[in-house]
Design a protein. Structure first.
Length: 444
């Protein structure tokens, strides 16, 4: 493999994808490579498109490549061929000859003459013979898995839990581009003031339909804006905002955020407080420092107390009935985030949910005595798998008769016509992340 510094859009994409295959986080790795490569804007967009396109469509690309390859490939060669097929099929504005020439050049740089010859032969065969018709896959689960590039076990779970029509909508939604969403920080500004500033800077946006302090950015860069630097806004998905929105935090509340890092919901809680306090826990000290950093940037550090503590060990730090409200935004499989983190679909396994379900129950059981009588534990996840959501809630209630499930409220009355007390936001509902929220009230 070449040690050359990547200097073109496609060499950046190939390097990023190889490192992601080895375990790197897609957003962090790509951002770092783009900064070093100093590409022009059009090439930055192309590299980003290729990286996330290949990650989103990997199973489809594997299926299409399979008939043209009859031996095990080096990882980077396979990745290069996926990239080529992705560009042939999905990027209409990029001519096939340009894709072929660039791919052959990368094969020459990264490999040897024999590898370059092999890649050339495969690409010419693909252009000559065309790609397989996915509609001809007879098994409906496999066909959906290949078409939407989602593992069969997960497709089956969606179909079993939500039915085929809704499963198809979910699978289509998770392969759409993710929106950039900002939450206005009421501790320092107002929605109207932020809208005026965005208008002045030429950043385009629309109001959120589900979260009261949210704006969906449709054009422009907000991370480099003064609004972000000054703490007037933060980046947070609309669905994620609803967990704290549902808590109806009062100015004098003492709140526990039991699984707090990186602190997005901690600072959202803190912005609702005046003389109250939010205690934020994380098991790792470097993550509690990140919570503190976020709290300082958003000017709510005086209301946030961080603790380097496993939420399952809250007895070591807090007396019973210490809190008016508790948020358990629990460790989960993250299946609701596939639009933003496409690579995680390939690393998750069915048994992960069972393991996480047990951890979720341990956390809930540990924090349960710490909420006051009449107080509510808000249990939320960023997954849409029943076992980690309603399954965890029902298991907790079965062993804690002093709690009852109450209907989760939201300011915008999101899905108020639902028949369940819990609130599940599917990626297909509002083009936001998938999310689950429940409200567990202590009655004695």
């Amino acid at each position: 493999m070449t040690k050359q510094k990547p200097t073109t859009a496609r060499s950046v994409a190939l390097t990023a994808l190889e490192r992601i295959r080895q375990g790197a986080y897609s957003n962090i790795e790509l951002d770092q490579l783009l900064q070093r490569a100093a590409l022009k804007d059009s090439d930055r967009r192309l590299a980003t498109n290729i990286v996330y396109g290949v990650l989103q469509h990997r199973l489809t690309l594997e299926y299409w490549l399979h008939p043209f390859v009859h031996r095990k490939l080096d990882s980077w060669v396979e990745t290069l061929l996926w990239m080529s097929i992705y560009q042939y099929h999905y990027l209409d504005r990029v001519p096939d000859w340009a894709v072929t020439n660039e791919s052959i050049e990368l094969a020459k740089q990264w490999g040897n003459p024999r590898t370059r010859k092999f890649v050339t032969g495969v690409l010419h065969a693909i252009l000559r013979q065309g790609l397989a018709d996915l509609d001809k896959i007879t098994d409906p689960i496999k066909r959906l898995a290949v078409q939407q590039s989602v593992p069969e076990w997960l497709v089956k779970a969606f179909v079993d839990q939500y039915g085929m029509p809704t499963a198809q909508k979910i699978l289509t939604a998770i392969n759409q581009p993710a929106h950039v969403v900002i939450r206005v920080n009421p501790a320092v500004t107002t929605l109207a003031a932020v809208e005026e500033a965005l208008d002045h800077q030429g950043i385009e946006y629309r109001s959120s339909t589900i979260a009261p302090d949210a704006l969906v950015i449709t054009k422009g860069e907000v991370l480099s804006s003064d609004l972000f630097e000054q703490g007037a806004i933060t980046i947070q998905d609309e669905s994620a905002m609803l967990a704290v929105d549902s808590m109806q935090v009062q100015p004098g509340d003492r709140v526990l955020d039991a699984c707090a890092a990186p602190g997005g919901k901690t600072v959202q809680i803190a912005a609702q407080l005046q003389d109250g306090q939010v205690d934020a826990l994380d098991i790792h000290q470097h993550k509690t420092r990140l919570i503190q950093k976020n709290a300082r940037r958003l000017h709510v550090a005086d209301r946030v107390v961080t603790h380097t503590l496993d939420a399952r060990k809250v007895d070591e730090e807090f007396a019973d009935e210490s809190f008016d409200k508790i948020l358990v935004d629990a460790p989960c499989s993250g299946i609701g985030l596939l639009r933003r983190k496409p690579e995680i679909r390939y690393s998750k396994r069915p048994e992960d949910s069972e393991h996480l379900h047990q951890i979720q129950l341990e956390i809930l059981a540990a924090v349960a005595p710490k909420v006051k009588k009449g107080g509510i534990i808000t249990y939320s996840t960023c997954t849409i798998l029943h076992q980690e959501n309603d399954g965890t809630v029902q298991a907790f209630l079965a062993s804690h008769p002093n709690f009852k499930l109450v209907k989760t409220p939201t300011t915008r009355h999101v899905k108020d016509d639902r028949t369940t007390a819990t609130l599940t936001i599917l990626p297909s509902d509002f083009s936001s992340d998938g999310f689950f929220i429940s409200s567990l009230q202590r009655v004695m």
